[in-house]
Design a protein around this ligand. Sequence first.
Ligand SMILES: *Cc1c(COP(=O)(O)O)cnc(C)c1O
Length: 406
Amino acid sequence: MAQAKSAGALVDPAFESSVVAKLRSVLGDSSAMTPLHAPEFSGNEWELVKDCLDSGWVSSVGTYVDRFEREIAALSGAEFGIAVVNGTAALHVALIVAGVQPDDEVIVPTLTFVATANAVRHAGAVPHFVDSSPETLGMDPAALAQHLSTIAERKDGRVINRDTGRPIAAVVPMHTFGHPVDMDPLLALADEWRLPVVEDATESLGSHYKGRPCGGLGAVGTLSFNGNKILTTGGGGAIVTNDPEIARRAKHLTTTAKTPHRWAFLHDEVAYNYRMPNINAALGCAQLSQLGERIARKRHLARQYIEAFDGIDGISAFREPSYARSNYWLNTLLLDTIMIDHRDPLLAALNDANLMCRPVWTLMHRLEMFADCPRAPLKVAENLESRIINVPSSAALGTSGEGVTA
Ligand SMILES: *Cc1c(COP(=O)(O)O)cnc(C)c1O
């Protein structure tokens, strides 16, 4: 029998074929490419976008922006919402309004999409990479506690990284693929160090942590409505918060810091043009009414994957943490550690079979521009990086049947 040899381990191609067959048992047979995550427009999108065109209110002021901001805040368990052009811009401004200054350090998971670390650099600060938990795929509060106690000290009202001498100014947990980070111990730890928590909830709209919606759990949260997210406005994002002062400042900074006047153009600081256009917000309003039903279908699809891979040697479908109700934005297969040599052959076999599957992002500390950034030990993230495969996850692949159960 033909066997590929890689990194000293024998890779049996029968394993790849059996995983492809399992995915086909869930997704059915189709000769067309099954995308990783397709956008869906099954509400009144045409009607609301047409209303923008008919009324001429297409740009950065309009009733859909106001309505979208109210609805997105409510969904996130927050009092205020500020709609912006994308999730990266939301993170950039969220960091500034949380108090991050140039040359500060910001605690970020190394296992995240590049936008999280980019936004820290956009704010002039330095990402400081920390490890993830195998239970949540997100920031590990216990590992972070250990790391801070090793490298940080409180001095003159700030947290200082003793190794670099720079202040640490914020903690940015990210709810990977929609699965909530264990927020209670993380919030307690951040409170102990008096660090603001900026929640990167760009993947977790509609996910709940112990019954509380993601986004509104920290000082300020961020959302994305890019085309590949659970809801889309074409491109878009939002900042959500319960703090009226943070909300006021975020709105001001994202709208060129214009001070109100009947006609004069007065701006009181250098700011950004990050406001979401009304035409995108109209799309968003139409999408929001589909969220609940979409999550139900995604949870049903997740259940099917979990059942299909139950009892299969060497690989399993990732299940939400016990405290969570996840939106299952992206479904994840996890190879057992002894099977990591199968990751690339498996990705090849799945994509050859027209199933669009992807590895997790290259860890941030491995990217050239972030290679010199400070970091904690990153053993778990490095292990996860070699084991994660994301599989087709569009809500349209599920039905509204029974979803994942504990
Ligand atoms: C999608 C995403 C963002 C924001 O992306 P935009 O494309 O700028 O809307 C930020 N962080 C993570 C983890 C994401 O997945």
